[in-house]
Write a protein that binds this ligand. Structure first.
Ligand SMILES: [Zn+2]
Length: 83
């Protein structure tokens, strides 16, 4: 299952690199520097990394957040398809 995400910076000032190739199978790179103010899960729907100069958002419930933060129970990184 995919999770929608977005990166919104207040200006280009803290964005170091954006790379998008014409080849749709090539990696896409977005690099910058975020001055973090806080992290929260909004309405049990979205993880938000709030910065002074931008915001990172990804659709993620609190339950999913906990799941992915526990390497002892989460086997996702080891290729287990259970999620
Ligand atoms: Zn997992």
């Amino acid at each position: 299952m995919g999770h929608a995400f977005s990166v919104e910076m207040t200006s280009r000032e803290h964005v170091n690199r954006i790379y998008v190739s014409n080849d749709t199978r090539s990696p896409v790179v977005f690099e910058g520097e975020l001055k973090i103010r806080g992290l929260r899960i909004v309405e049990d729907l979205m993880l938000e990394v709030n910065g002074v100069n931008g915001i990172l958002r990804i659709d993620l419930t609190a339950e999913e957040f906990e799941h992915y933060c526990k390497p002892e129970t989460c086997t996702c990184m080891r290729g287990d398809k259970s999620g």
